[in-house]
Design a protein around this ligand. Sequence first.
Ligand SMILES: *[C@@H]1O[C@H](CO)[C@@H](O)[C@H](O)[C@H]1NC(C)=O
Length: 122
Amino acid sequence: MVNTKSFFATLAALSLSIGSATAFTGRASWDVLGTKPCPIECDKNLDYRVALPITLFPNGERCCERVHVQYQDRGIDVTFTDLCLSCANSFNISLSHQAFSQIADLKLGQIYPVDWTFFPKA
Ligand SMILES: *[C@@H]1O[C@H](CO)[C@@H](O)[C@H](O)[C@H]1NC(C)=O
């Protein structure tokens, strides 16, 4: 007989660890117009900001959390401050130009593929 209880406990633990470490892959642009601020106000004086797809966080879940964005061998740590409307139904993101310029030339306008993931919660 399979031990149902421990099976589900394992399953729950597994999905938890996947949930916190999930990396999304999409395209990054910078200072996209189709964004709106998170419903909760994050630190306004941040240069390194990211707007994440509104369809993933319709109520601003995880707003103000830290996100790591990786493009090729360049990475940048940013704060999730805005919701990206034009990124709806994708894993595409919009970086502040300050953040974008740390991982690619602004002249490129957009870069792909970019991996982004939330920092594990302390
Ligand atoms: C997301 O990025 C991909 C790759 O560049 C692109 O094909 C797609 O149209 C984008 N989707 C949205 C909603 O912007």
